[in-house]
Design a protein around this ligand. Sequence first.
Ligand SMILES: [Zn+2]
Ligand SMILES: [Zn+2]
Length: 442
Amino acid sequence: MGHGLSCSRDADEHDLLRAAQAGDLHSLDGLLAADPALALRATIYDRFTALHIAAANGRLQVVSMLLDRGVHPDVVSRKKQTPLMLAAMHGNTDCVLRLLHAGANILTFESVHARTCLHHAAYYGHTDCLQAILAAAQAVPVAASWGFARFVNVSDEHGATPLHLAARQGHPACVRLLLDKGAIVSAPTAAYGFPGSTALHLAARAGNLDCIRELLAWGADRLQRDSVGRIAYAVALKRGHAACAALLNPSAAEPMVWPSPLKFIGELKADAKALLEAALMEANRGRERKILKGTRYCPPSPAHSAAGAEVDLCSICFEQACNIQVQDCGHQMCAACTLALCCHSKPNPTTLLMQPPACPFCRTTISRLVVASKAAAEPERQASPSLSRRRSRRSREGSSSFKGLSSAVGSLSKIGRGSGRLADGGELMDKPEHDLSVSVCV
Ligand SMILES: [Zn+2]
Ligand SMILES: [Zn+2]
């Protein structure tokens, strides 16, 4: 396809693409002043324009200059790749943001696997780019017929969603972000991996424990089968990922799942949510330590304990720092106890509707959880609705709600801050499916 024309290529065109790659604004300016049409010239084979090359190489100023000179943000290469896709592949978040600001279309499909910029950001594990694209998708309609939820779950030609790719390539932060934004945890692929694979199957295949932990915490079903009837456990076993297999074994202890009642108590603020998420992941790491105890995969025990530190201890478990507060009544507890409380909130038996959890101290329905404020935790301030240690003990004796809760907390009590990351023999990730070198072809 190249026609061997390199000898006849215009020297200015070559210089322009070189300048875009190197971020040489001065040369670029001079060349474009002499011949503005150069801005749309492309490399011979891949048909990458100066904007593609600048976006792939993170040359923000060049990207801005070209866009300001009227170059269309959605100019496509031979494989129908846009500059936005290349910036997302290479993790150049500044360029992603600049292109989005210029109106780049996030719902363009390249012709290799029919993937979008969201697929590329997820595949290569660029969480910031993923975040930027998702924020753009939330801010403006993705397309006339595409809502945000559909965009998060957009499939490529093999039925792989961004979540599938992030799980397969072992990017737990991308997995978490996508799940948080509404990626369907149980969605099967069409032909990607083994047909019918879920993200859990793909993470098991890659042997990535961190991705498996994220997926399980978001409710991935260990018993879901792919099209040949295998559960993720069988995939991990076959690939020799022993630690992953141990956790995916359906007979191993159930992981803690992000509790659905939290969806009923109003939008959680980011800081309170982060505390609860951290507590949940630590609880699951504690479960992993128990499952893997005595094996060579067992991670070191956590050194962390709230005891002895200058913190107000939770009045329920007396182990963790009191860091979550029920906004209406001001009662405080630790994130782990909050989670246990929400996990144990059962649907109303007559209506089967999920009931919002109640404060274990005063039975007020919890409508909002926030990060505990220091002032409310001062034990001297009896006028405030916060609890002194003494008062909480009385409540504990008198309230049946503590009984279920304290047993639930039992499973959460050995919580720490160990990394939980395990060496798993490490199968290599897929080889990158695209040649990432975007340079001037000479
Ligand atoms: Zn607690
Ligand atoms: Zn209360």
